[in-house]
Design a protein around this ligand. Structure first.
Ligand code: SF4
Length: 232
């Protein structure tokens, strides 16, 4: 089976446990103002690969993965190509490679459920704590990722909740209390990661001739991130 890939980072250390072969799939169903990968959003484009080709490339780095590492499918939104993603994970599992999905959790279909059965861990973005913010700055209801999290918990898939901290939008006690409540409610969540909003992606927007919607927001200080982490 073939699918479309935006780019590959062969030795990533930021997207999942250990060293990972991070494959950014092309296409996204959402429209986040803070998106740092605008080149992955279009549903057309990307480079065509077969699932076996991705797994073969990934296998070359297996020696670096150790106990925890493996492949991470990111995007874009990897759930947009869930059949292709399942094929990649099947090929990887046949090669003894750990599988991780980096997703916004906004699509639940039979194909996505099958993909989850091949997924060893999930990085789930919870972008805000209200439906209003979700609808305004993401383009879906907050119910979508919450339903997704419920399914992850039912399936017992180890999950990291991640949130990009954007000053004035989600750098507050309510948002941290919401994340904390999700961790308490769903035992599959073993960690919450706060990531600082960065504007380095502005060059990508400029090169694509697009306006960076969140150019007006500041990058949070390391101190602010620490203060928020303390609330978790
Ligand atoms: S879900 Fe990810 S790739 Fe899609 S628009 Fe949002 S930040 Fe960008």
């Amino acid at each position: 089976m073939k699918g479309y890939v935006s780019s590959i980072q062969s030795m990533g250390t930021l997207d999942g446990p250990g060293v990972r072969f991070v494959t950014f799939l092309q296409g996204c169903n959402l429209n986040c103002g803070c998106c740092h990968n605008p080149e992955t959003k279009a549903t057309s484009g990307g480079t065509e690969y077969s699932a076996a080709e991705i797994a073969e490339k990934c296998e070359k780095y297996k020696a670096y993965f150790g106990q925890k590492g493996g492949i991470t499918l990111s995007g874009g939104e990897p759930l947009m190509q869930s059949k292709f993603a399942s094929e990649i994970f099947k090929e990887c599992k046949n090669r003894g490679i750990n599988t991780c999905l980096d997703t916004s959790g906004s699509i639940l279909s039979a194909d996505v459920l099958s993909l989850l059965d091949l997924t060893d861990c999930v990085l789930l973005d919870i972008k805000y704590n209200t439906d209003e913010l979700y609808k305004k700055y993401v383009g879906c209801s907050i119910e979508k990722p919450l339903e997704f999290l419920k399914v992850l918990n039912q399936k017992g898939i180890p999950t990291v909740i991640r949130q990009v901290i954007i000053p004035t939008l989600n750098d507050n006690s309510e948002s941290m209390a919401f994340l904390k409540s999700l961790k308490e409610e769903y035992p599959c969540v073993y960690k919450i990661e706060l990531l600082p909003f960065k504007k380095i992606c502005k060059t990508k927007y400029d090169n694509l001739g697009l306006v960076f919607p969140f150019d007006c927001y500041e990058t949070p200080s390391a101190e602010l991130i620490k203060q928020l982490e303390a609330k978790l």
